[in-house]
Design a protein around this ligand. Structure first.
Ligand SMILES: Cc1ncc(COP(=O)(O)O)c(C=O)c1O
Length: 462
């Protein structure tokens, strides 16, 4: 995985960009190859394998930076796939965790810290009259489906094309289908996301295009839908706000047809604002799920919703379990994270995020690269090759993925780590110095790809 020219160790991104050198990731490549003897592919999630140049191995995180085993200090816009809203080493969270570790790890019983975590969530999230904790977004999505079916007596979970709600067999469908497999936009077909799934896994599932009220209403009218799940703003792919009136209309349509509305706020929660996308857009769903930024990188997830629904876990024989649910160390992390998510913090970080988003758009334009930079303050999307802002997954299919891969790789060589799907996650720790260095790297990377943009071929990697 030698990448172009060798640079000295511990270079800052700004130095790398100024000297017009390229970072080396050889040690990462060596360790990944070695570890593949024990770990399949050297990674513990398929999503960690797909970075141009290969997966990296890190030694530590520091605010907005990750330091890898080659000694590179990378500005990080993965932010733990969106989880690290406060940055990598927020002092208050670390202290709270260390203190809790000294008090014990797992009680298989209740602790006061989890009651505090629950109270904070209920105070801040409009739909949270009751909650239950879990450990991952995938897992609490399953709890939401079970509740929806139990509450309505109906069978179908209706999902939206391009939205992701975890990797389990009954929902990993049509998350990123190829254009040829996806069927017509008016009537998309379910496309499995993995080998090993079969049609039986999708027997309780159907799919529609997002952001189109007419299509949602028409599908609900068939009367068999227990729950409609969607990201209230589409962020797993793209960064797309709902059209005016779409969320309100979706809620009203669900009411009319006896279905529950489920918001997946695993990404949008604590990113689109302190109280999630539901507060930002003013629509309160029946059930919502949260994970990622809820505890700044600790494995906490939550299913929240109307009291009468969540109480079905107690009164109606709907099972919800999990050895690690509300594990006290993660709860301590969550309470500390939630306390650190202040209004002033959001305002300051948002100013930085907007400055960067606008800076990237201006640089790409200046370089003559067609792009749409869309989304929010602490999470946005750079879609190369788009003529207009995407409204749904079908529009996103028109992005020039090969060109973006080149762009992401050119950024990495300058010390800036971004996801290849175009998403950028900004944390409270990304200050103006970091943004200046990032924009400098963007300028260089834009130059690189502008020179060859007509070819749109992946960068050759040794
Ligand atoms: C919108 C959304 N929902 C659910 C999930 C699944 O969460 P987890 O990876 O914690 O299982 C993800 C993960 O990326 C996500 O982006």
């Amino acid at each position: 995985m030698a990448v172009a020219v060798v640079a000295s160790r511990s270079q800052s991104p700004a130095q790398a960009a100024t000297a017009d050198t390229c970072l080396s990731f050889d040690r990462s490549a060596e360790l990944i190859a070695k570890s593949a003897r024990h770990i399949a592919g050297g990674v513990n999630s398929n999503f960690r394998a797909g970075m141009a140049g290969g997966p990296l191995v890190f030694q530590r995180g520091e605010g907005p930076y990750l330091i890898d085993v080659d000694g590179n200090r990378l500005i990080d816009y993965y932010c733990g796939m969106g989880a690290m809203v406060l940055g990598h080493t927020p002092a208050s969270v670390q202290t709270a965790v260390k203190e809790q570790v000294d008090k014990g790890i797992l009680y298989a019983g209740q602790s006061e810290i989890e009651f505090e975590a629950a109270r904070i969530l209920c105070e801040h999230i409009p739909s949270a009259q009751r909650i239950r904790f879990g450990s991952s977004g995938s897992e609490v999505a399953q709890a939401a489906f079970r509740l929806a079916r139990a509450a309505t007596g109906k069978r179908i979970i209706l999902k939206c094309e391009g939205h992701y709600h975890g990797w389990f067999d009954n929902i990993l469908w049509s998350t990123a289908p190829g254009e040829n497999a996806a069927g017509p936009e008016e009537a998309p077909v379910l496309v499995p996301g993995s080998n090993g799934q079969n049609a039986v896994d999708a027997a309780g599932l159907d799919v529609i295009c997002w952001n189109d009220l007419g299509k949602l209403e028409a599908r609900l009218a068939r009367g068999d839908v227990a729950g409609v799940i969607m990201e209230p703003a589409m962020c797993n792919q793209g960064a797309i706000a709902p059209g005016t009136g779409y969320l309100e209309g979706a809620l009203a349509a669900c009411r009319r047809h006896g279905a529950l509305l489920i918001f997946d706020e695993v990404i949008t929660g604590f990113r689109l604002g302190r109280s999630g996308a539901q507060a930002r857009f003013g629509v309160t769903p029946d059930i919502s799920i949260f994970a990622k930024a809820i505890a700044n990188g600790f494995p906490v997830a939550a299913i929240v919703g109307r009291a009468n629904l969540l109480d079905m876990f107690v009164t109606d024989g709907v099972l919800h379990g999990g050895t690690f649910n509300a594990q006290p160390v993660t709860m301590a992390a969550m309470v500390a994270t939630q306390k650190a998510l202040t209004q002033e913090g959001y305002e300051a970080a948002s100013r930085k995020g907007v400055r960067m988003r606008e800076g990237i758009a201006a640089i790409l334009k200046e370089a003559g690269i067609k792009a749409q930079v869309t989304g929010f303050e602490l999470m946005f999307h750079v879609g190369l090759g788009l003529d207009a802002a995407a409204r749904n997954y079908r529009d996103l299919l028109k992005t020039d993925k090969a060109l973006y891969t080149r762009f992401a790789h050119a950024l990495l060589r300058r010390g800036v780590r971004v996801l290849e799907r175009g998403a950028w996650f900004v944390s409270f720790a990304h200050d103006d110095t970091v943004i200046d260095a990032t924009l400098e790297a963007v300028r260089g990377a834009a130059k690189d790809i502008a020179a060859t943009s007509s070819k749109s071929e992946p960068i050759a990697v040794n």
